[in-house]
Ligand binder design. Sequence first.
Ligand SMILES: Cc1cc2nc3c(=O)[nH]c(=O)nc-3n(C[C@H](O)[C@H](O)[C@H](O)COP(=O)(O)OP(=O)(O)OC[C@H]3O[C@@H](n4cnc5c(N)ncnc54)[C@H](O)[C@@H]3O)c2cc1C
Length: 504
Amino acid sequence: MPPAAFVLERYDAVLVGAGIMSATLASLLQALDPELRLLLVERLEAPALESSAAENNAGTGHAANCELNYTPPQPDGTVATAKALAINAAFETSLEFWASLAEQGQLQPATFLHRVPHCSLVWGDADVAFLRQRHRQLSALPAFAAMEWSTDRAEIAGWMPLVMAGRRQDQPIAATRIARGMDVDFGALTRALLAPLQASGALELLLGTTVTDLQRCSAARGGGAADWRLTLRGPSVDRQVQAPFVFLGAGGGALPLLQRSGIPEADAYAGFPVSGQWLVCNDPALVERHHAKVYGKAKVGAPPMSVPHLDSRWIDGQRSLLFGPYAGFSSKFLKTGSLLDLPRSVRRRNLVPMLQVGVNNLPLVRYLINQLRQSDAERMEALRAFLPQARDQDWTLSVAGQRVQIIKRSPEGGRLQLGTEVVAAADGSLAALLGASPGASTAVTIMLEVLQRCFPQRLASPAWSERLQQLLPSVGQDLNADPALLARTRERSDALLSRAPATR
Ligand SMILES: Cc1cc2nc3c(=O)[nH]c(=O)nc-3n(C[C@H](O)[C@H](O)[C@H](O)COP(=O)(O)OP(=O)(O)OC[C@H]3O[C@@H](n4cnc5c(N)ncnc54)[C@H](O)[C@@H]3O)c2cc1C
């Protein structure tokens, strides 16, 4: 079908997908160079309706306070702490950025950020021993020095009364708690980041518009790198736009666009979609009695993205409880995507790695299929391991966002990666974000990597360095290597974000 009309416009950057990642990058770019002309293209009718929507993710400000999969056990009986430290520092960087925007009056923290203790809870001798070791090692580090430990049932009941009510007495149980934890409404945050950019005219937001293709223009302007030309399918008119820099922040839609770009770096990747569901409770009486994010230990053989947790949530100002996720398999790359997404992403160069991952991860595939087959009664049974007195009528099933895990070709064969990865063209003219975890909480650190890889010279310039330093006073320093800097950074963020209500 021929397009209705073509209008060709040029921007300094085109960002595809209006989720937390593009919103964060747009906000950073505008702060570093207010003259930049930015275009953000979103296929749905509003920003943040896919993974960044509050009800599609768990809203945990991932700081590795309570997520046991970030400290895997080691053969010598210790736990690995490097990932936990990196995630903790990355979340501090996010807080630092939001704090600076709050200081400038651009963000109202109370609209998206709520303080809530982050707890881990385990039962059975082996898991209690694991948690004790984790606490011993982490609490010796400045980032986690405030971590409390308990095997005392009465004390744990004080931390999470609903979880302890009606629980078996004959089981050894242990918990840790860090009081300075966060719940984040990433949907509200995405919209709040975009609003001032649109109001100032720095950012044009095209909704209901899908990027269907992108290609390198043949002629470079003034001898520089050639622009990208993107084809946009809008509600009434198709357009083409041009830009020297493109960011594919399209969530699950990033891989197909990266493949269309034809950059050689795309060849190494394929996607493995994982769907999810939650049980949600809106009963005010129950909601009021739980004030924590409580993370447990995944079942043996379960993937890290299915670690069960019971969370206090604040979504659009309303409190609720959420339990899950129950993972599953769907061939869609977006919640609103097509069942053909996975088959369409298969290429000659990624087929073998995909098959290798399928064969090498049969227990994972089997686990996901079994999860999909779970009945309502089985889901409630899993919830009752956390909340022994949970009643069916208080909980409803809700579909979570879609995660597309990365499959990457390596010399050893196809590898399933559970983190996120920035894939950038060698000349820095295009970057895409693949993967899902730890995700939104670390958006600022991930977008700093995009800037480092795609704008290295401008980032090193006095103007950009100075502006970045104002936004992120700790930038370029290692929070984990300097306890005084960590304490200063936290104090500043807490003070500026203190409008996040200390609920209770
Ligand atoms: C079940 C689940 C639980 C999670 N829990 C947490 C958590 O507790 N804490 C945390 O920090 N993170 C969590 N995450 C991860 C987090 O939600 C994501 O990392 C984050 O939202 C990704 O943001 P994004 O902007 O990359 O993608 P998205 O928010 O998915 O946005 C991508 C956008 O691109 C649009 N798009 C796609 N293709 C096109 C196209 N061709 N043209 C135009 N637009 C397009 C989509 O419509 C969408 O709006 C969770 C994710 C899931 C699925």
